[in-house]
Structure formats: structure tokens, C-alpha cells
Design a protein around this ligand. Sequence first.
Ligand code: AMP
Length: 382
Amino acid sequence: MTTVGILGGGQLARMLALSGAPLGLRFLVMDSADDACAGQFAPMVVGDYTDQAALAEFASKIDVATFDFENVPAESGQWLAERVPVFPSPRALGVAQDRLAEKTLFRELGIPVPEFADVATRAALDAAIAAIGTPCILKTRRLGYDGKGQFRIKTPADADAAWAALGAQAATVGLILEGFVRFERELSVVAVRGRDGEFRAWPLTENWHVDGVLSASLAPAQADEALARTAHAHARKLAEALDYVGVFALELFCRDGELLANELAPRVHNSGHWTIEGSETSQFQNHLRAVLGLPLGDTRMLGHACMLNWIGEMPAAEAVLREAGGHWHDYGKSSRDGRKVGHATLRADAQDELATALARVGAALGRQAQVAPVIEALGPRP
Ligand code: AMP
């Protein structure tokens, strides 16, 4: 019996455990919160990632380790990797944890990126604003996620406010200034690479964010073949450069038809949740296959799919359950502002069917604003 250890016990670990059950896998989850939602399906070691005793207990009970959370301290990942196989590797995790390191790697690999500069001091911020121009965004290099740890600078006069908000973190997690990209849309590639180097990617996904948090994803994205090929080529290059094993997401901006890489998420990703019902093999199942050295599953799509994130609290399920292609995911979390508590996926064989189902669900749940951009992307209604 193989036991997969997962560092982090949120919804990603929970969905990994659910998708691993048919493979006969056991799971052990490590999280500092004793009510982490993956704990409803898998035994847990409760402890901080820096707690040596907890890490040792975790390591002693598992055959292989992976992550639901990318900000596990590098030393903890390294310590673990000396005892059990860890995928993705601590090196890949280390690059993805640092916005400066990942953007530098993208650039080295010839993957276009927004303008960026390291910001270590207040003077460096002024210099970076002068070089990059406004608008721009000051971000923490490490530990930022879902739009947290970011300050938008509209004019150079905002530099003081940006420094007041984030300057103290220059010495701890580091800061990076990025040019603000006036993108037409946001896309992501969710892809998987096996232990033997086999690479597969799901169709390109289009994403909509609200306040920096993913609100909806549509797959396949309404993109031409050439754009999807370029996005997949970027993802493949990155995975090979990092000798990456497992699932990852490459988030991209599309501006004037060109792709610019925003970030690498070294784990299963929210923009790949639609793969559970919308693809031959889900991202969760393929991640497990990859880390265990099993053959990877086919990543082809089954029609068209849209994922809607539920943030803060769960809506009533009926409107989605009533749909022929409606699928409900309640993460078993308590309600809290800004928290990802669940999602729904609507799947349909045809694009217009998906648009109609989205319109029905949006109206029933009073979430027209959430579904509207997706319906618009799907094109004219019949
Ligand atoms: P991140 O945490 O970097 O993924 O940022 C969260 C969201 O903020 C992105 O999905 C974008 O919607 C927006 N954002 C981040 N960086 C930029 C940028 N350089 N230009 C424009 N929008 C951005």
C-alpha cells in the first residue's frame, strides 16, 4: 500500500486524496491547522512546516511527498527530500516561490515577461518606476498569492504609499516591481511532466479574476491554434529546465495577441479544476500518476467546461445540480470573507449549450456578473 504525503491540507490536498482513492492510494496530510479540509478524507499530522518532530513523523509514514501549498520553507522541503522522494523537487519549488527568480528564468528561456526589476530599497523603487514607467505593480517576491502583497502604482507620486504598504518587507521577503500589463485576457496552461520526462498539457484555459482572486475559468480558451501551441511550448520548456515532476500551471497574460508569463504555480491549480469532469484525466489524478512514476493519462477535453469559484460562502447547490453537465464541489470549509470554499463546473458538448447553462445558473444564483464575461467569450448566442 503506497502512502502519499501532502504538505498542506487545503482543497487541493482534499481533491488529490479524492482522485487517488481509485488508484488504491493512502494519504497523509500535514498542516498547521487541525481543521484543514483535507483532514476530512485523510489522516493528518498537525504541525508547522518548520516543526522537525512533526516533519519526522510525517516522513516516517509516507512513501513519497508532494505539496498542496508552494510556500513550504525551502529548508523543510530539502530536509524531507533527504529522507523520501519529493516531487516537484525543492529546487523547482524554490524558483516558483520567488517572483524574481521565476521571471529571471522565464526570460533566460526566451519566454516573454512583463518588465520587472528587483526593489531592495526606497531609492531602488524610484529608479525602477523611472525605468519601467507607470502604471506598475509593486509585489512581494515571496509569500504573495491571490493578489495579496501587491500595491498598484498609478503615478510616480504613489511611490510613498507603495513603500509605506510594502517597504518593510523588502528586507524579509523581498520586493519586485512589474510593469502593469493592459492585457486583453488572462490564460493559463496546466501541464504535467512525469518522472521519465513525458510531458502532457491540457487545453489552454481562459481565466477571469476579481480583486486578484480567480472567479471563473473556461476551457478550451477561445484562442487560435498558434497561441495555444506557443503557450504549451513555453510550459514544456519551463518544465524541462526545472526537471519538473508533477502538475503545474503557467499563468499568462495575452496582450495584443502576444503571451507574457506572469507566474508559475508548482502544484495542481485552481484554473485546472475543470479537468475533473471536463477531461479524460484530471489534473489531480495525473499529478499523482506523475509523482508515483505511473503512466500519465490522456489530457484531452470532453467538450467545453467552465469552472466557477465560490468565494466566502457556498451558494445553494440546486441550480447547478439541475444542469445536465453540472458538478458541485463543496470543500467542507466554514464561510469566511475571501476564502475559496468551493467551486462548480459546468460541462457541455457544445459551446452554445455551455453558454445557456451558464446563463441559467448565473440568473438562479444572482451571479450574472460572474458568468457574464464567460458567456461573452463563448460568442454570440444562438
Ligand atoms: P498574481 O498574484 O501575480 O497572480 O496576481 C493576481 C492577479 O493580479 C493576476 O491574475 C492579474 O489579474 C493581476 N496582475 C498581476 N500582475 C499584473 C501585471 N503585471 N499587470 C496587470 N495585472 C496584473
